[in-house]
Design a protein around this ligand. Structure first.
Ligand SMILES: [Zn+2]
Ligand SMILES: [Zn+2]
Length: 346
């Protein structure tokens, strides 16, 4: 998932031959401003290998099946699925593809762990935990009620989210399983703990960037791990530097469109976060806000009052990731004994 600003919808992307045995197949994400996931098809000696699979919905699946036919292959022929990260718009259809084709599914170990947690998390425990987090953040009662309502509605309307457990692991610095091609795994934690980019080596140089690096929008960076040592924003900034150092000839992202200047875009995204960190630090100097107040005061793609419960949850998690990173830099601290917890600048 990413944070997408409101803007006019660009023309829908189409199945296209990107040269050197790489195709793109846009797979729609129903009712989502992101529009679609760009699934990539890599030609390998063992058959087509997909990079991401798309959202688990009949419309999305049909687009993938038809797209593969347009490429000149079929869903039954898929040899494997390299998953950039365990989000539903990337990993949603992996199980279905595996069922139909017998393909393997590969994911980084840190996101395999997330899959395990999501597949096995009891709903009641999830709700209890998030209510606790919201209370400590200083959320008003209506926000607590909204969360309870959200989970009840989700339970009633949707089948429970269940992800494909991977059968192969993507390891940083090693070659991904794509026979006859040189596809290097580049671990880029931040958006998720196990996000990877895939670098097409062997004279190609293009980077399949997943959600890590996108041409005009930025991925959601949330505090996905509440352990004290976790610093997703710090990880993300380090991952931007990691990618900027690679010899990249072009970027093939999972949303929007291809672009060329990987290092320039990485620097621009890092600057955006530095601006947000500086603004947050200034706020902590002026007052001692709760996390809820911090999130309320940050710039989102629409006014806070118009954000629904789910988007507020994402906003709160993003604010928490920025706050955690300031704490890690020694620029902020939690005031002792607070309930809700208040933060001050250092
Ligand atoms: Zn994502
Ligand atoms: Zn995505």
């Amino acid at each position: 998932m990413t944070t997408a600003p409101d803007r006019p919808t660009p023309p829908a992307p189409r199945v296209a031959d990107l040269g050197n045995g790489v195709w793109t197949v846009p797979v729609p994400i129903p009712n989502n401003p992101l529009g679609c996931t760009l699934v990539y098809v890599l030609e390998t000696d063992a058959g087509p290998v997909l990079v991401d699979s798309g959202w688990d919905d009949p419309i999305s699946y049909r687009a993938l099946v038809d797209g593969l036919v347009e490429v000149g292959t079929s869903i039954e022929d898929v040899h494997g699925v390299l998953v950039t990260h365990a989000h539903p718009d990337h990993h949603g259809l992996s199980e279905k593809v595996r069922e139909v084709s017998g393909a393997w599914v590969a994911l980084h170990a840190a996101d395999a762990e997330q899959v395990e947690q999501i597949n096995n998390a009891p709903r009641a425990a999830w709700l209890r935990h998030h209510l606790e987090v919201l209370t400590l953040a200083g959320a008003p009662q209506d926000a607590l009620d909204a969360l309870t309502g959200l989970r009840t509605a989700a339970a009633g309307n949707r089948p429970r989210l269940h992800y494909a457990v991977p059968d192969r692991e993507l390891v940083h610095g090693e070659l991904a399983p794509a026979p006859g091609r040189t596809v290097r795994t580049v671990w880029t934690p931040g958006h998720t703990p196990g996000h990877v980019c895939l670098h097409l080596e062997g004279g190609d140089g293009r980077l399949l960037s997943g959600d890590h690096l996108l041409p005009s929008i930025t991925p959601h960076i949330g505090l996905y791990d509440e352990a004290e040592e976790a610093d997703p924003l710090g990880d993300f900034l380090a991952s931007l530097t990691r990618v900027a150092r690679l010899p990249i000839t072009g970027v093939l992202p999972a949303h929007e469109h291809a672009f060329t200047d990987a290092a320039g875009r990485a620097a621009e995204v890092a600057r955006l976060h530095e601006v947000r960190l500086a603004a947050l630090h200034a706020r902590l100097r002026a007052a001692s806000p709760t996390l809820w107040q911090i999130a309320e005061g940050m710039d989102w793609n629409r006014p806070w009052a118009q954000l629904g419960a789910q988007n507020r949850q994402l906003a709160l998690s993003e604010a928490a990731a920025h706050l955690r990173h300031l704490v890690k830099r020694g620029r902020a601290t939690a005031e002792p004994g607070g309930d809700p917890v208040r933060y001050t600048a250092l």
